[in-house]
Structures are given as structure tokens and as C-alpha cells.
Write a protein that binds this ligand. Sequence first.
Ligand SMILES: Nc1ncnc2c1ncn2[C@@H]1O[C@H](COP(=O)(O)OP(=O)(O)OP(=O)(O)O)[C@@H](O)[C@H]1O
Length: 241
Amino acid sequence: MRAPTTILPLETQGLGFAAGATRILSDVTLSIAAGAPTVIIGPNGAGKSVLLRLLHGLLTPTEGRIRWGELSGDVSRRQAMVFQRPVLLRRSAIANVLYPLRLAGIPAKQRTDRAEQALALVGLSMLADRPARRLSGGEQQRLALARAAATGAEVLFLDEPCASLDPGATRAVEQIVARLVAQGTKIVMTTHDLGQARRLAGHVVFLHAGRVAEQAAAETFFAGPAAPEAAAFLRGDLLPH
Ligand SMILES: Nc1ncnc2c1ncn2[C@@H]1O[C@H](COP(=O)(O)OP(=O)(O)OP(=O)(O)O)[C@@H](O)[C@H]1O
């Protein structure tokens, strides 16, 4: 399903983004390697979603640069993003998964196999023919994950994938993330849920006021972050912007 080369590591150097006179991100230098998920955390408005959109290529940096691994070439089909509120077509669940595969020029037989595998991965095989927009919020999010996974993307960006989900639906999404990781997919995600960050992260990037205040292996970070803002965030203190 996947090309033999890798598009990782994903590196940024002095990345910045401003909208008019408003500076949203500054001096973000990161290296995102293969392996367990990279989880981006930080207070509201810290710039987490903007960073994810820059990495995915939806926004263009106003400063610095983004570089994918040397063997990458065109990475647009090798990485995908799942949004907090997925936009689904007014079609069946499986048609939503098939559609991007057709756009990517994948032959019909392979499309069906991939779509069925992806629906099985997210536990939606039984609902393949159900209109996508009639699925519950949690099922819609799982369908969005299936749609992204079916493309065979090496890297998946997930922006607050469980933001409006209850604990059961959140658990289901976390299980899907674990399955994707086991298949070798690199997950780069944002979350508000520190419990989720602890459960899933291999690497943590802590953003505060548009800057990386700390980045570390998850174990190190949660054992005791070095940055005072990160320590305050973990304690649940309110942080000034
Ligand atoms: N296109 C834009 N133009 C102007 N301001 C923007 C734009 N996009 C985002 N912002 C602002 O940039 C800041 C960072 O936004 P972002 O959505 O990345 O934060 P976040 O860390 O994901 O927050 P949250 O946790 O609340 O989702 C916010 O103050 C937001 O209002």
C-alpha cells in the first residue's frame, strides 16, 4: 500500500506565521521522526491548529521553512489531515472513502479493497452503506479516519480528533490511532486532553503563545517538564497569553 521510501523526518526551521499584523507562530523549529505519535499540546489560542495546517500545507509560512525527508518528492498524496469537524459528502459511508481514492487514480478493484479494509480498521464495516451524514459524531470521526487511512498516507495530521466526543467514542478513536501506529503510520495530532496526550504520545511539543516552549520525549515531559509554562499547564494553572 505504501511506497518503499519515507517522507520522514519532517523538519521545520524558524517557522513563523502572521496574518496581517497579527503574529500567530514564531520561530518553530521541530524534527518529527517516524514512530509513536507526536502530540502538540498547549493552551487555547497557542497556535496548535495553525501549526498543523502549516505542516499539512494548507497554510503557507510567512517565515522559515518546512522540509520533508530527502526521498520525498511530491508529498501531497503521502500525508493527510483529519479535521475536528469532518466534512462528509452526502453519500454512503463507503462512497466517502472511495471518492478520494478515485481522485488519486487508484484502479477500481484496489479502491474497493482499500475502502473495505479502512472501514474494518475503524469498525464501520456494518455501516458501509449508511448515509454518512446520518452517522453519529463519533462514527463520523471514525469515517474521516478511515477516509484518510485508505489513502495509504504515511503521515496523518489529526486536529483535536476527539474534541466533541464522549469517553466511549474517544476510546474508539484512540484504539484506531493505536492500530494505525502499529501499521507504521506516523500520527501528528493536537489535543486538549492531557490524559489522551499521556496515553498516546511518544513525543510532546508544548506550544505557548505561538512559540515552542518545550519539546521532549513524552516520558520525560510528563515526568517533569523543564519549561515553567509547561509545568503550570500540567498543574492546570491559567497561563497568561
Ligand atoms: N487565518 C487567521 N487569521 C488571523 N488570526 C488567526 C488565523 N488563524 C488563527 N488565528 C488566530 O491565531 C491564534 C492561534 O489559533 P489556533 O487555532 O492555532 O490555536 P489553537 O492552539 O489550536 O487553539 P485551540 O486550542 O483553542 O483550538 C488564535 O488567536 C486565532 O484566533
